[in-house]
Write a protein that binds this ligand. Structure first.
Ligand SMILES: Nc1ncnc2c1ncn2[C@@H]1O[C@H](COP(=O)(O)OP(=O)(O)OP(=O)(O)O)[C@@H](O)[C@H]1O
Length: 227
């Protein structure tokens, strides 16, 4: 279990983003995290990875303190050192060049070239490859599908399901609900500084339908006035 108890995080005295948030995440599952823009998903994830200091809270993995060593983390935006090649980057995580080449059969990146010349999607694939070469029990992926083409998204989806089979626990954010419902075992919604609901993917689809109906009802009058 990943256990998060009474987590509060703020950026300043008057900007609390998470407030007394508690949740237990079963291991060896894929967990989706959803929420409106600005609801605190990235803040939550960064706090799990230790990039933000919590005001309070207890974070445990298997009843011990959760640490960076347990986690492979993919940030939303990927930054790389200047003037290094894809191979040099992946060499930070993997000594065996044969392994690097084997995995690269999936993404076909020009690993001998400087990363500066990669497209946005290629950089994303490189960052994901870096994560895949780290053998950590927990993988936290912030918007892994952003900027990826259909084929690459599908490949990532297949890989994540295999990693779950191997016993990894995966926490993933996405704004594309269909991606999450087809991939995740559980979906957790962040709202008002807490986890508002945690549901299995089927329950979440029903829940989401009701939300869509509410949004359409509340906004259709305004939209009809405009058009
Ligand atoms: N470095 C920062 N300093 C101050 N406030 C911040 C900082 N980073 C984020 N915030 C604020 O914290 C809140 C949560 O932001 P966060 O990025 O965690 O949300 P999110 O759910 O990931 O949003 P999105 O879906 O738009 O990516 C927002 O109100 C945001 O303005």
């Amino acid at each position: 279990m990943i256990s998060i108890q009474q987590l509060s995080v703020s950026y300043s005295e008057d900007k609390k983003v998470l407030d007394d948030l508690s949740i237990d995440l079963p291991l060896k599952k894929i967990h989706g995290l959803v929420g409106l823009n600005g609801s605190g998903k990235t803040t939550f994830i960064k706090t799990l990875f230790g990039l933000h200091k919590a005001d309070q809270g207890v974070l445990c993995y298997n009843e011990k303190k959760l640490t960076k060593k347990d986690i492979a983390y993919l940030p939303t935006e990927n930054y790389f050192y200047n003037n290094i090649t894809g191979n040099e980057y992946l060499g930070l995580f993997q000594d065996d060049i044969k392994e690097i080449n084997l995995w690269n059969e999936l993404f076909q990146l020009p690993l001998n070239e400087l990363i500066d010349g990669y497209s946005t999607g290629m950089k994303k694939k490189l960052a994901i490859s870096g994560i895949l070469h780290q053998d950590k029990p927990i993988m936290i992926l912030d918007e892994p599908f952003n900027g990826l083409d259909l084929e690459s998204s599908r490949i990532i989806r297949m890989i994540l399901l295999k990693l779950k089979e191997q016993g990894k626990t995966i926490i993933i954010t996405s704004h594309i609900l269909e991606t999450l419902t087809s991939l995740c075992d559980y979906i957790h919604q962040l709202d008002n500084k807490k986890i508002l609901v945690s549901k299995s993917k089927d329950e979440f689809e029903e829940f989401q339908k009701a939300i869509h109906q509410r949004i359409e009802k509340e906004n259709s009058q305004i939209i009809n006035k405009l058009f």
